[in-house]
Design a protein around this ligand. Structure first.
Ligand code: ADP
Length: 479
């Protein structure tokens, strides 16, 4: 059963399939090259053989013309000991088909010559070259040159192509062996290379399997240090896991925080309701208890509504009515809103002039953003401090800053303050839900802008928002 599964997995293995493809293509390539070499060599040997036969045939034809059969016999007699003449068949066939002269090599038998039947030779001077196969012997071919002689006779010079066979057979054998070895090697080598190349892909699959099976979000693909496309895939995969892990953790934390933050007002709500029920004889106390209940309910409602607002802004569902929003009017308006609270804390709330500047934004939402930032600045700045509001152009954008002389934000917290329900350690004593900056970030980003925080060298926090300015030409700037 498991071996079946193993075999199935092997069959689906990309490395193995790539290896086999590699071997297949390599085998075809090698076969084409080997075949070309083999046939070129065979043809070259053939051509040389025929050339040699034609030279001999011409020689014997000249001898025949000079002195007939006798001259041919004499010439052959003189050359008989030479090896290239010894292996030759030379014969003269009369016009009627009768063999008038024949010199047969010693190792030939009669049958060999019987295949050389002249059939319709045409003009007496015609020359023809052919290869005939001896029927009794599959391996033996004869190369034959036939030449017409004066008087209608035919001169035939033939030699067995044994030599060629002797030369080519080992070559064929070697090519088979070398070809098979090369194909096997390329299959093995190709599979190994492909296996190595796909190792990171298997690591990615194994990590994904582990996460699915165990829910372990900390799993990462380890040990892949490559600079190529596969390395990039692994890096991106790990980044994706990191982001998803953070997101899930943040969601769990947010859920925990919401549950935690709801528990207190709900407990108070219950206590208030109980008190109202018990104090039936004292209508004033009952009223007060019920008023407390309403206050707690409002608190819960505000919390939930703000959370929903953040979600809507983050998911792009929030509808923004964009228009050119003049910076002067915006900053003055928010400063007026907080003038009283600032005065009570003896905080100087100052607005730098920003005439002529405007942002492309939803004015109500932008006011909400600024109110949250100024609210924090006034809230966290100790009595006697200052808060400055300003705006300046930065290329195609406008940068709005809110600076205070409060405690600033510890570098370790600067990333966290944007999270929902996060509250800094020094803020526990202050009122707040830990949602103000989450709203700021979600709304600014819904506008396509950015928000950042830094600590001023002279102390205090500086929040900077960057938003697009109205395009293409700035419209009339509202006051
Ligand atoms: P809240 O003010 O209700 O606690 P926020 O989301 O507005 O929630 O802010 C998150 C945290 O960021 C605060 O708890 C506080 O620690 C820190 N913070 C925000 N604004 C300032 C500021 N101007 N100066 C110092 N700390 C700040």
């Amino acid at each position: 059963m498991s071996s079946n599964r193993e075999r199935g997995r092997l069959g689906r293995s990309l490395a193995l399939r790539l290896g086999l493809w590699h071997a297949g293509l390599f085998g075809i390539g090698a076969a084409v090259v080997f075949a070309a070499v083999y046939f070129l060599l065979a043809r070259a040997l053939d051509a040389r053989e025929r050339e040699a036969l034609e030279v001999r045939a011409a020689e014997y034809a000249d001898a025949f013309e000079a002195g007939g059969v006798t001259a041919v016999r004499a010439l052959l007699e003189r050359e008989r000991e030479q090896p290239h003449v010894r292996s030759l068949l030379v014969r003269i066939v009369g016009p009627g088909g009768d063999v008038t002269f024949a010199k047969v090599p010693d190792n030939w038998i009669d049958e060999d010559t019987q295949v050389l039947v002249p059939d319709g030779w045409g003009a007496p001077q015609a020359r023809r070259v052919q290869t005939v196969r001896v029927p009794r012997d599959e391996q033996r071919d004869l190369a034959v040159v036939s030449r017409g002689l004066p008087g209608g006779a035919l001169l035939q010079v033939a030699r067995s192509t044994d030599n060629r066979t002797v030369l080519l057979a080992p070559l064929r054998r070697t090519m088979w062996l070398a070809g098979t070895a090369a194909v096997l090697l390329s299959a093995g080598g190709g599979a190994w290379l492909a296996w190595r190349a796909t190792k990171p892909v298997r690591a990615v699959a194994a990590t994904a399997r582990r996460i699915v099976a165990t829910g372990d979000l900390s799993a990462r693909v380890e040990g892949v240090q490559r600079d190529d496309e596969v390395g990039e895939l692994v890096r991106q995969f790990n980044t994706l896991l990191e982001r998803n892990g953070n997101l899930l953790r943040a969601m769990r934390e947010a859920l925990d925080n919401v549950a935690h933050d709801l528990r207190t007002p709900l407990t108070r709500l219950r206590a208030g309701a109980e008190a109202a029920l018990q104090q039936t004889n004292d209508p004033a106390a009952t009223r007060e208890a019920l008023a407390d209940c309403i206050e707690e309910t409002d608190r819960i409602q505000r919390l939930l509504e703000t959370l929903l607002d953040i979600s809507a802004a983050e998911n792009g569902v929030l509808k923004l009515e964009r228009e050119p929003v003049g910076m002067s009017g915006l900053l003055q308006g928010v400063a007026e809103l907080y003038a009283l609270v600032a005065e009570e804390k003896a905080i100087a709330l100052q607005v730098a002039p920003a005439t002529g500047l405007s942002a492309w934004a939803d004015s109500t939402r932008l006011r909400q953003v600024m109110a949250n930032l100024v609210d924090n600045a006034v809230k966290y700045t100790p009595a006697g401090g200052s808060v400055w509001l300003g705006a300046e152009a930065r290329g195609s954008r406008v940068a709005i800053t809110v600076r205070d002389t409060g405690p600033g934000i510890p570098p370790g917290e600067q990333e966290k303050i944007w999270q929902r329900l996060y509250r800094g350690d020094h803020s526990r004593s202050q009122r707040g839900l830990g949602l103000g900056l989450s709203v700021v970030k979600a709304l600014v980003e819904a506008h396509g802008g950015t928000v950042a925080v830094a600590n001023h060298p002279d102390g205090g926090a500086v929040f900077t928002i960057e938003l697009h300015r109205p395009e293409p030409v700035e419209g009339p700037v509202p006051a």
